[in-house]
Design a protein around this ligand. Sequence first.
Ligand code: HXH
Length: 365
Amino acid sequence: MKYLTLAMIFLSSHSIAQPPSKVAAGLSSRYKSFFPIGVAVSPRALQTDEAELIRGQFNSITAENAMKMGPIHPTEKSYYWNGADSIVAFAEKNRMKIRGHTLCWHNQTPVWFFKDSAGNEVTREVLIARLREHIFTVVGRYKEKIYAWDVVNEAISDKPDEYLRPSLWLKICGEEYISKAFQFAHEADPDALLFYNDYNETNPVKREKIFRLIKELKEKGVPVHGLGLQAHYNIYSPSKAQLDSALRLYSTLPVTLQITELDISVYPSDTSSWRKSGDTSTLFTPEREQLQLEKYRDFFELFRKYAANISGVTFWNISDRRSWLDNFPVRGRKNYPLLFDKDLAPKKAYAEVINFNDGNKLKGK
Ligand code: HXH
């Protein structure tokens, strides 16, 4: 008996093959009763020590780039699946949800979509047929694996007096490309949740346009089930009140909401302050760190407040080791927008996100 007990202790302490996690309980377990917590990744990150962090912290995954039109469908007759497949395989192995991003976008869309073999602009019929073929192929491949798709990304204009973005999609097809994309995605996988996804969504002018688009699509019977709020924020903006107003407005729509691309830049978006940075070790100043943790605390408080309407929160990248905001929009400038630092250790803001009083939980109210 004594030996058995000793053997059990020996076995149990050695059966945990992984190194001890740097954080005891992950984000996704802390938010289990609210919504899944996701992360946008590259196939490459899954081959590094970031994979362990992902497994411990997140229960949903998105391909940062691998499923976009350009990377996955670079020429008319060729699809490149390796990157997207590896992300899907990782998610399945680790029992994570998968969000697809994105089926129709004005950016990172290869020019071949819009041109015929002679280099002339294609007709509306040809472009719609190409969109259909693309959506059927990509959605079809991951049917029953991807539970939610960003179907149309960023179709609304940022100019106050302009409704839709004057993209080639709009120019060639008219507004109907949006409803077509949703119809094709719904036909390809009737069980997938279909999202319209956009940024600048807390801006009072743009938010009315986003609201209008979802409302009109719904009224027309278009299969749109969700609104994605990208949530590319910064340490100065939006204010808590602005985000609250936007969430309050969107909560009245007959669709579920997801925070799809969350990060909090440590620089203002105001272009007048854009400067190249010199010494990258001093940029994440104590002041920026403090402002960032306050934003993370306030925003997650709001996400919990609206949890009855929010069905997911996804971060756009894993850690400050690398994010899309490095060198963008200012070349040569490093950013620190996430909850984990370059060594994958949780930042102060992490504690603000996981330390809240369950007794005050507002879910369902
Ligand atoms: C998102 N766009 C995309 O949805 C995602 O697929 C991508 O990986 C990263 C971010 C956000 C975005 C939208 C407009 C934009 C920049 C980013 O336009 C700007 C151009 C220059 C300066 C500022 C904004």
